[in-house]
Write a protein that binds this ligand. Structure first.
Ligand SMILES: Cc1cc2nc3c(=O)[nH]c(=O)nc-3n(C[C@H](O)[C@H](O)[C@H](O)COP(=O)(O)O)c2cc1C
Length: 318
């Protein structure tokens, strides 16, 4: 099965379906490998990984498929330069860089044949990244799990605005996509692929605790909260931690008090320990569209099939 778009042509993949880089959930080989084998873009999230673990996961994915795959790399992370050197030496097929400017590293990765995709959450940053010479963009809108844009502009509006602003630059739309209808919407907005984050948490391959996966299944579309304004705001499933943060914000608590409460909870607590009451169980509004746990490869094929059905049903001019 092939659906050709600007993104599939750029990256050499069969389907415009990207598994979003997700710390812990895709900080492993199993999930990205299954997605790559099914013709989508599998993404290893380097964020929380020790360099050795990252390289082991990288080598496992490379050994398991001859298709392209990506590493998502926060440029601000501790030891980022060292990890980037290792990825460069391995000629990573696709680098999805977040947080930080691309200019310093881009030319050498281009020389190695890597496609550089930059994560942005505003029109302004999209234009800057394109001026710096990136090959494509992940455009993250307000529905997204993890870090939505600080100004919370919705995916619907932001992807359209960026598509208008950057012309032919391939875009992966991110935030709120969970099925083939979402993919059709992303392509209609001018993106060349959709990024699926929360949807892929509900797969056997995702590297998070089963209670976290069940919490995603149980959540409705209004089941997330955005907490931590001015502290690196996140969208996460509503729990005891988010209730406490919201109460502090309502009560006008000073930033240091809020910072301490925000930092006391981590994504790791939810992902590895299964502490879904006190951990940051990051997920997008799309959690409300996720009702089953499906093997990742099957999910890729299902989204593609749904897409074709949805597009076939769209009304035509008569
Ligand atoms: C649990 C979780 C962890 C995430 N970790 C990262 C990350 O390490 N790097 C990154 O660029 N984005 C990260 N994101 C954001 C995703 O890449 C993506 O933009 C988001 O999941 C899209 O929204 P959706 O969940 O509705 O599909 C994370 C999202 C979630 C849900």
């Amino acid at each position: 099965m092939r659906i050709e778009t600007s993104v599939t042509r750029l990256l050499g993949i069969d389907l415009p379906i990207a598994q979003a880089g997700m710390s812990w959930a895709s900080s492993c080989a199993a999930l990205p490998l299954a997605v790559a084998q099914a013709g989508g873009l599998g993404v290893i999230a380097a964020g929380p990984m020790y360099p050795d673990d990252l390289m082991r996961a990288f080598d496992t994915v490379r050994a398991g498929t001859n298709r392209p795959f990506a590493v998502n790399m926060p440029l601000y992370r501790k030891g980022a330069d060292e990890v980037l050197e290792m990825l460069l030496a391995r000629r990573v097929p696709v680098l999805i860089a977040s947080q930080g400017g691309p200019k310093k590293h881009l030319p050498r990765f281009h020389d190695a044949g890597t496609k550089w995709i930059h994560v942005v959450a505003s029109e302004e940053h999209a234009k800057k990244a394109v001026e710096a010479g990136v090959d494509g963009l992940v455009v993250v809108g307000g529905e997204a799990g993890g870090h939505p844009p600080p100004d919370m502009v919705s995916t619907l509006v932001l992807v359209r605005a960026v598509a208008r602003a950057v012309g032919d630059v391939p875009i992966i739309a991110s935030g709120g996509f969970a099925d083939g209808a979402g993919l059709a919407a992303a392509l209609a907005l001018g993106a060349g692929a959709a990024n699926f984050g929360t949807r892929f948490i509900a797969t056997p391959e995702a590297n998070v605790h089963d209670t976290y996966k069940r919490m995603v299944l149980d959540a409705g579309v209004a089941g997330t909260r955005t907490v931590g304004r001015d502290l690196g705001m996140i969208r996460t499933l509503a729990n005891a931690f988010t209730a406490r943060l919201e109460e502090m914000e309502r009560a006008g608590a000073d930033i240091e008090t809020r910072r301490a409460a925000f930092a006391a909870s981590t994504l790791k607590m939810a992902a590895l320990d299964g502490d879904i009451a006190e951990g940051k169980a990051e997920a997008g509004q799309s959690a409300g569209l996720v009702n089953d746990i499906v093997p990742a490869g099957e999910l890729v094929r299902r989204i593609a099939t749904e897409y074709l059905e949805v597009v076939g049903r769209l009304p035509r001019l008569s």
